[in-house]
Design a binder for this molecule. Structure first.
Ligand SMILES: Cc1cc2nc3c(=O)[nH]c(=O)nc-3n(C[C@H](O)[C@H](O)[C@H](O)COP(=O)(O)OP(=O)(O)OC[C@H]3O[C@@H](n4cnc5c(N)ncnc54)[C@H](O)[C@@H]3O)c2cc1C
Length: 393
């Protein structure tokens, strides 16, 4: 392990101070991202041979939990970037050769990762209107022409759209079979081929700037990530950690922040007609106790998933834990934030107060892919005897 977690913990209080302004304006948290860059955290997942911190998945989760304690939107942007760099870094030369990757892949992989160490930041553009994030149903297409690819389509939400250096775009090969589509990942650099639909104004996670994008872009042969077509679905089914458990870290950090905020309010807010603060009331104490136990349980599930991802990536039990961690974290964040809000009352819920923002942010955990309903359905099917579950992708 590096000192990355300590760096993230140092940044989090400063992010917390700026969070209300970015939230109010639904603005990209520019200063937060600059500080991540200055601290070298954009290179967290990049192997040390390329100048990065060479972190594994477990270390990523600890960094993301710490950042989410400051501003969950910033942590989510960081999660998207870590998914691109972490996913790419995990494709070793051996694995790429085994998959039949083109020669151009190796240089492209190292170039993208080195750029992250130098401060480049990436996002992920999967979700489409009317499709959500169901990868097998994506409508964006690509065509191969004279050693280049043309990618066209509409993406509904992409955190950081318009503010980043490149975007991981998932698209289907034009004309590929409906029941067995070839879905591939491309890294599309910022530029003329991407038009941002700047309309993001949601309930929570407002500082993610998750705008839509119209895409009509050309990339070279080396823009095909992994160096082979059709990687997206096999990867999502075999090693879903960057599509599933990475979000869990953000929502565990957010749930912890809900308790911290509530505790500091409850200890100082006096009770009318009584001596002492709200914290002395038994109903309030039991709310905090339940919340605290629930957050610790979801953190333990996250830690278990993360450790397994580092030890045995792609193992069926590892994958089940990634889904469990996502489900528990998304639901815990929502329940805990709601309960803490109720314990504190309106005094802690003024517009712009930290707990008010956390309550709105926490609503997103269960709907981020795979949603709690989809995840529960998948895990339930496995528990009921379907070996591979329901292939949520
Ligand atoms: C803060 C934030 C940031 C985001 N950032 C990005 C990003 O960077 N890149 C990106 O690509 N996307 C991003 N998204 C979009 C996110 O991936 C989608 O919200 C998600 O995929 C769900 O799509 P949808 O909201 O259109 O819901 P829909 O797909 O329309 O689903 C609606 C509801 O139906 C339920 N449902 C759908 N299918 C099933 C099923 N088969 N079984 C049971 N229930 C089902 C879902 O649980 C959901 O509650 C972001 C979303 C948020 C909230």
């Amino acid at each position: 392990m590096t000192d990355a977690v300590a760096r993230a913990e140092r940044l989090a209080p400063r992010m917390a101070e700026r969070a209300a302004d970015y939230d109010r304006d639904a603005a990209f948290p520019r200063r937060d991202i600059e500080e991540l860059r200055e601290e070298g955290l954009l290179g967290l997942m990049v192997p040390s041979r390329l100048g990065g911190l060479g972190a594994g998945f477990e270390e990523y989760t600890r960094v993301a939990v710490a950042l989410a304690g400051g501003n969950a939107s910033t942590a989510l942007l960081f999660n998207m970037h870590a998914s691109v760099t972490g996913g790419l870094a995990s494709i070793s030369d051996e694995l790429a050769l085994g998959m039949g990757a083109a020669e151009s892949f190796f240089d492209a992989r190292d170039r993208i990762l080195r750029a992250a160490v130098d401060g480049a930041m990436y996002g992920v553009a999967i979700t489409e209107p009317g499709v959500g994030s169901r990868l097998s149903e994506l409508r964006s297409t690509y065509e191969a022409e004279e050693g280049r690819y043309r990618i066209r389509g509409t993406k509904a939400f992409c955190s950081g759209a318009g503010h980043l250096d490149g975007y991981l775009v998932a698209a289907r090969r034009a004309g590929s079979a409906e029941d067995q589509p070839t879905i591939s990942y491309f890294l599309v650099p910022k530029g003329d081929g991407l038009r941002v639909d700047d309309t993001w104004d949601p309930l929570g996670m407002r500082a993610t700037a998750s705008n839509g994008m119209e895409i009509d872009a050309w990339v070279g042969e080396d823009g095909l990530l992994g160096g082979v077509e059709g990687l997206v679905l096999p990867l999502a089914n075999a090693m879903p950690q960057w599509l599933v458990a990475s979000y869990a870290a953000v929502y565990v950090g957010l749930a912890e922040a809900a308790i911290r905020e509530a505790v500091s309010y409850l200890r100082t807010r006096p009770v009318a007609g009584e001596r002492g603060a709200l914290a002395n009331l038994a109903p309030v104490r039991q709310r905090v106790g339940r919340a605290e136990a629930e957050v610790h349980a979801s953190r333990l599930a996250l830690e278990r998933a993360a450790r397994l991802v580092d030890l045995r990536p792609g193992d069926p039990e590892t994958n089940r834990w990634t889904y469990r961690a996502k489900l528990l974290a998304g639901d815990a964040a929502m329940r805990v934030a709601a309960s803490m809000a109720e314990a504190c009352g309106l005094g802690a819920l003024r517009r712009g107060a930290p707990l008010e923002r956390i309550l709105r942010d926490a609503r997103s955990g269960a709907i981020m892919p795979p949603s709690s309903d989809v995840t529960g359905n998948h895990l339930g099917a496995i528990a009921l005897g379907a070996e591979d579950g329901l292939a949520p992708w």
